[in-house]
Design a protein around this ligand. Structure first.
Ligand SMILES: Nc1ncnc2c1ncn2[C@@H]1O[C@H](COP(=O)(O)OP(=O)(O)OP(=O)(O)O)[C@@H](O)[C@H]1O
Length: 790
């Protein structure tokens, strides 16, 4: 059924392809100048009312010809098909190595003709820079502007004016995290002049499954002011090191949660000399113990993070790369720092955050491309309303994917995999040896050294040498040990004569968390119809089996773990093979579940963020005249005060005035009758007006007054929103633990989030009034004015 749907879809696409083809000859005959003139011609057609679909065949044909003239590559029919899918806002599944980069040139050019923002995001800086440079030549040749949204050196920070130039370009190549952070930062701007992003138009997401699905769990967060630092991190860390698994603490099967047992609680009470750890007075210690325990049991150095120059840096679970600007929240990062004995960094409050799903859903149209999407089609449809279309390969894939070799123990597996490496290396065949963590990549490196096999290592520690290592990886006799960094996007070109030797051999040293990661790794070989081979080695000690394997596998392992260390024993039974596959399926569906729950949790933040940003943007746009009704703001605020206080006394009113409306007020006149709300209302409003007028007089002109209004309101919104984001983040941790109390955490979360949003709105009103009335306007020496908020 699924296949025939795909065939139908392809039939429709082929009809469009035929139209693109029909222009090929004409385009070939055009001079360079005539071909370049097509850009302005298309723009005119669009302005006259033609649609993108109308001009697609000719525009694609123009880019195809330009690709040939500028890059020396003429997009294959299959690449044109993929280009159409991308333009239509769906996911093009192209087998690895089929040339996604070139396919994207056609839809990017077409959509950029609308003069709306057109962006291509990839998963890493290296690819963004490479493609902006390489493919950029074609767009420039055709008269469009191109920019790259990332820089080589992480210590170089782009300034708003640089970013403005970048985002103003017709086509931008960048990374998903750069767009995300830029979006968040752009929405912290105080004035329209500081904003640099254009409204989101069209985006092509490279490695769509990795970005749109797998990366969903880790929201992008911008941190602000530090929280008060606890001094208990080290103490808690020392304590948990004394504990033993299954005695003082226990973990769930998937190793996602850990908790103290009764024995563990007794131990803690004894260690910290407490009567009762859970009597409610030691909440900070309880939290610290939990963080320290998690740091020691759920995180692995070399897999989840690395320590570089005395800093704990997180690794992207999908591609093994360092996640810049990202830290674990709510003290978990500090607990890891304590575990690694490096200097503790301050725990920052989250100022604003967004998940990738919600970021990309803001674009008018998304096209996705990847080698692996079909198995996740339901998730694509459900989350983004995107279909997945499988594009046939240009040439048949002749790579041999061998079945997994399965062993009981880790040493057996290592021995067997090293044997294969030796055997292939002797022939001179290039080898890519992939591992699931930095640590294992280093173990293999040592083994190879021991065997005197020269090799390169590519992991998070030497990402800088990536281009160099990849350039050599397909040459005779090369052995490259790499983490999943050498997965997606890595284009290994075969050296001379290597096809005859069998092409690149991909050897996996561990079963990966899902099938897609594995397919991506195999796909480094057999590109563009080249020969190649791939094989994965598995043992019952692999993380995947430990976490997701059937119970009998653990019993089997315990029984057989001491046998046959010197001579690896392959396990070939159908039952074992099936069980390994099933473990991988479980692991994958556990990922799907987690992503769904992240999305559900994020829904409240999304709704709130959209409302807040809308209000912010409205204000920012009012540069000349602030249209916000200030008098109404005062009236509402005063009304609320009066409603809340059924009996008004002179003390209460004076306090209210002093806290909110004016510092100058020295108390109500003795004869004031506070019991009369109407009179009170008038009196308080008069105070507001007077106070505001005094400020207005100090400001030079209407424009400055409106700037003062704008800043007062923006500051109120921002301060309260920061508080709210932080609140929601904390709330999530709290409700997650209620899961154990048989409640529906998501329902509770939304309920409490709605409640806290209402509270935030009240606070914004309050702070806006205070900012307007209690701030100070001072004249500077040069005649300009500065505003100081209290
Ligand atoms: N039409 C073409 N003519 C000639 N060479 C091409 C063509 N299209 C792509 N190539 C070459 O094929 C190789 C693979 O391209 P690319 O890296 O874009 O593949 P990919 O689909 O992105 O792979 P992956 O899925 O692994 O990221 C590159 O070396 C590229 O130059």
């Amino acid at each position: 059924m699924a296949l025939s749907m795909n065939t139908l879809e392809l039939q429709k696409l082929r009809r469009i392809l035929a139209k693109v083809d029909s222009y090929a000859k004409t385009m070939k005959k055009l001079s360079d100048g005539q071909l370049k003139d097509k850009t302005s011609f298309f723009k005119k057609l669009l302005k006259k009312g033609a649609s993108l679909d109308d001009i697609l065949p000719e525009a694609f044909a123009v880019v195809r010809e330009a690709d040939r003239r500028v890059l020396g590559m003429f997009p294959f029919d299959t690449q044109v098909l993929a280009g159409i899918v991308l333009h239509q806002g769906n996911v093009a599944e192209m087998k690895t190595g089929e040339g996604k980069t070139l396919s994207a040139t056609m839809p990017l050019y077409l959509n950029a003709l609308t003069e709306e923002s057109t962006i291509l995001v990839t998963t890493n800086e290296y690819l963004a820079m490479r493609d902006a440079k390489e493919m950029g030549r074609v767009y420039r040749w055709l008269g469009l502007t191109v920019a790259c949204g990332v820089v080589n050196d992480p210590s170089v920070k782009l300034k708003p004016e640089d970013k403005k130039k970048i985002y103003a370009s017709d086509i931008v190549y960048t990374t998903n995290s750069a767009v995300g952070f830029d979006y968040l930062l752009d929405n912290l701007a105080d004035s329209a002049a500081e904003k640099y992003m254009r409204p989101f138009g069209y985006v092509i997401v490279d490695e769509a499954d990795a970005v749109l699905l797998d990366s969903a769990q880790m929201p992008l967060i911008i941190s602000g002011a530090p929280r008060v630092q606890s001094n208990m991190y080290k103490l808690a860390d020392n304590f948990v090191q004394l504990l033993t698994e299954n005695v003082e603490y226990r973990m769930d099967e998937e190793k996602k949660n850990v908790w103290l047992t009764h024995a563990g609680i007794d131990e803690a009470e004894h260690y910290f000399s407490l009567e009762n750890l859970y009597d409610g007075t030691h909440t900070e210690l309880v939290r610290q113990l939990e963080l320290a325990l998690r740091a020691h049991t759920l995180f692995e150095n070399g897999k989840n993070y690395v320590v570089e120059n005395g800093e704990v840096k997180l690794l992207d679970a999908q591609n093994g790369r360092i996640l810049e600007m990202t830290k674990l929240q709510s003290g978990q990062h500090q607990a890891l720092e304590a575990r690694e004995d490096v200097e503790l960094t301050p725990d920052m409050r989250a100022m604003t955050s967004i998940t990738y799903q919600n970021l990309f859903r803001m674009f008018k149209k998304i096209g996705g491309m990847t080698g692996t999407a079909k198995t996740a089609e339901d998730e694509f449809i459900e989350t983004y309303y995107m279909k997945v279309v499988q594009i046939p390969t240009n040439k048949p894939v002749i790579r041999k994917d061998f079945p997994d070799e399965i062993y009981t123990t880790l040493p057996e597996k290592i021995l067997a995999s090293m044997q294969l490496v030796r055997q292939l290396h002797e022939k001179g065949q290039p080898i890519l040896l992939v591992t699931a963590s930095v640590e294992i990549s280093e173990i293999y490196s040592e083994l190879l050294l021991h065997e005197r096999i020269p090799h390169n290592v590519l992991n998070a520690y030497n990402a800088a040498k990536e281009a160099e290592i990849i350039a050599e990886a397909g040459q005779r006799g090369r052995v490259t040990v790499a983490t999943s960094m050498a997965g997606r996007g890595t284009d290994i070109k075969l050296g001379k004569g290597m096809a005859k030797l069998g092409g690149l051999a991909v050897i996996g040293t561990e079963k990966m968390a899902n099938e897609r990661i594995e397919l991506q790794l195999r796909g480094r070989s057999g590109r563009q119809g080249d020969p190649g081979m791939s094989k994965f080695f598995v043992s019952f000690e692999d993380e995947l089996v430990i976490k997701y394997g059937a119970r009998w596998m653990h019993t089997f392992y315990e029984k057989h773990k001491n046998f046959a260390l010197d001579k690896p024993q392959k396990l070939t039974s159908f039952r074992v093979r099936k069980a390994i596959q099933r473990a991988q399926k479980y692991s994958d569906s556990s990922g799907v579940q987690q992503r769904k729950s992240t999305l559900e949790f994020d829904e409240s933040v999304r709704v709130q963020r959209e409302l807040v940003y809308k209000q912010r943007n409205n204000l920012i746009r009012q540069t000349d005249e602030c249209k916000y009704d200030i008098s109404q703001l005062f009236e509402k605020y005063i009304e609320k005060f009066i409603q809340k206080n059924k009996i008004l006394t002179s003390v209460k009113v004076s306090r209210f005035v002093f806290d909110n409306l004016s510092y100058k007020y020295s108390g109500l006149p003795a004869e004031t009758d506070c019991s009369e709300p109407k009179k009170m209302r008038a009196l308080l409003l008069e105070i507001c007006r007077k106070e505001l007028n005094e400020k207005k007089i100090k400001l030079i002109d209407k424009k400055e007054i409106s700037r003062f209004y704008r800043l007062s309101l923006l500051k109120a919104i921002d301060d309260c929103w920061i508080e709210e984001v932080d609140n929601l983040q904390q709330l999530r941790t709290v409700v997650s633990s209620r899961q154990y109390a048989q409640r529906n955490p998501i329902f509770e979360y939304h309920r409490e989030a709605a409640h806290s949003f209402k509270k935030m709105k009240r606070n914004i009103q309050k702070q806006a009034v205070q900012n307007l009335l209690l701030s100070t306007v001072l004249e500077n020496e040069d005649g300009t004015r500065s505003i100081y908020f209290s």
